[in-house]
Design a protein around this ligand. Structure first.
Ligand code: BGC
Length: 272
């Protein structure tokens, strides 16, 4: 008889912080405390790997039997990072998944941070059961986006890097939460920028639902009511934990060892 793992570890690497937790995959709840360290200055691969080892060590989940998903703030194709907006340029064209697997001595699943947040909200949150086009935006150091159509992810959408008309910067530079911190914007000032951004997204994509994630989504009451859109816009149910939860969820989906023998782990329940 085989049993299927229902728990996995999610690590969410961001431009500012690296967060991790053990996740219950039946309902997306956190089974451990959330461990967080600052993203190392410069975010070079070796330093990021060391920080990931630190969070896994603090969580006490270095056991390779527990599926592990890692989310990263860049375009990810076939395990390779293809961009580097808020991390070192070394990551462009870098075999990142293999680098983490070699460094951690175990298999991982590796994906874009906003995409996994979208997966978490589709499985356990605001996008669950929503038909049509859902666009999740994470407003943090950068702007990450996840496009979901009838619950299916269309990966690497990178809509934070849409260029503003007749301007030298993209929407991310101007409207991410980091712009609020950098320029000390008030909620109404920031909301005017967000209005322009979501107006543009609404015009080019005609989505059925916007979901707002990232750390600032816990303050959604301060800025979402100031927006006037034709599309419903709601905070991510899992707020800033969506990346951790989605990374863990994808780890299990991809993990060939997710079917393990009963004796192998206490972190298992029976399949139906
Ligand atoms: C990156 C995206 C990432 C987003 C949020 C952007 O700068 O290009 O890949 O999802 O930041 O971290």
């Amino acid at each position: 008889m085989t049993t299927k793992a229902t728990r996995a570890v999610g690590v969410d690497i961001g431009g500012t912080g690296i967060k991790a937790a053990l996740v219950e995959l039946e309902d997306g709840s956190l089974l451990s405390e959330r461990v967080k360290v600052a993203t190392p200055t410069g975010a070079e691969p070796d330093d990021v790997l060391a920080a990931v080892k630190t969070v896994l060590g603090t969580l006490g989940v270095t056991d390779a039997d527990i599926p592990l998903g890692v989310a990263f703030p860049a375009i990810v194709k076939h395990g390779r990072t293809l961009s580097a907006a808020n991390v070192a340029d070394t990551w462009v064209g870098f075999e990142a998944e293999k680098f983490f697997e070699d460094g951690l001595g175990r298999e991982i699943h590796f994906a874009n941070d906003a995409d996994v947040a979208g997966v978490a909200e589709a499985r356990y949150g605001a996008a669950r059961g929503v038909e049509g086009l859902v666009l999740l935006t994470t407003l943090g150091t950068g702007i990450g986006t996840a496009l979901l159509h009838n619950g299916v992810l269309i990966p690497n959408s990178e809509l934070g890097h849409l260029q503003r008309a007749n301007k030298s910067t993209d929407f991310e530079r101007w409207a991410a939460y980091s712009a609020v911190e950098r320029e000390q914007l008030s909620w109404p000032e920031w909301s005017k920028r967000l209005q322009k951004y979501y107006d543009h997204l609404e015009f080019v994509l005609s989505p059925d639902l916007f979901i707002v994630g990232g750390g600032v989504s816990k303050h959604a009451d301060e800025f979402l009511p100031l927006l006037s859109l034709n599309t419903p816009i709601v905070p991510a149910v899992h707020r800033n934990n969506a990346g951790i939860i989605g990374a863990a969820a994808l780890a299990l989906a991809h993990d060939d060892s997710s079917t393990v023998s009963e004796a192998e782990s206490s972190l298992v329940t029976e399949t139906d």
